[in-house]
Design a protein around this ligand. Structure first.
Ligand code: ZN
Length: 125
């Protein structure tokens, strides 16, 4: 069922999707594993504003990723840019962090129960 990834791209074998966060328009673009196996490569530019993607500057989603793990990867990416995750700045108060985390999990549950895909997650180009 799992198509091998093209060699030479330095991607984890259990890759699920590659997520790019555009520097310019702040668009989030998710490319599923199928995109990579079908095109044999990675996208080079933002589909919204045509800004070239920085290939190191992305989040690789793998099968082992939990929701929290993925959020942590995104946070790291934005921290590297010296920024907080958009729409969810990291507060200093641990109670506030907990509250946000509960809120995030509740949203995730609602999405799962509703049988809808997470907004912004789409496979393919
Ligand atoms: Zn863009």
């Amino acid at each position: 069922m799992t198509t091998p990834l093209p060699p030479g791209l330095q991607l984890p074998a259990d890759l699920v999707a590659v997520v790019y966060f555009c520097h310019v328009c702040e668009g989030k673009h998710t490319y599923g594993r199928d995109y990579v196996t079908e095109t044999g490569g990675l996208p080079t530019a933002c589909p919204n504003c045509s800004t070239p993607f920085v290939q190191e500057d992305r989040v690789l989603r793998v099968e082992a990723d939990t929701f929290e793990g993925l959020e942590a990867k995104k946070r790291d990416l934005f921290a590297k840019r010296g920024r907080a995750l958009p729409g969810r700045p990291k507060p200093d108060d641990p109670k506030e962090i907990k509250k946000q985390r509960i809120h995030g999990l509740e949203e995730e549950l609602r999405r799962l129960r509703g049988g809808e895909d997470s907004p912004g997650v789409r496979l393919g180009p």
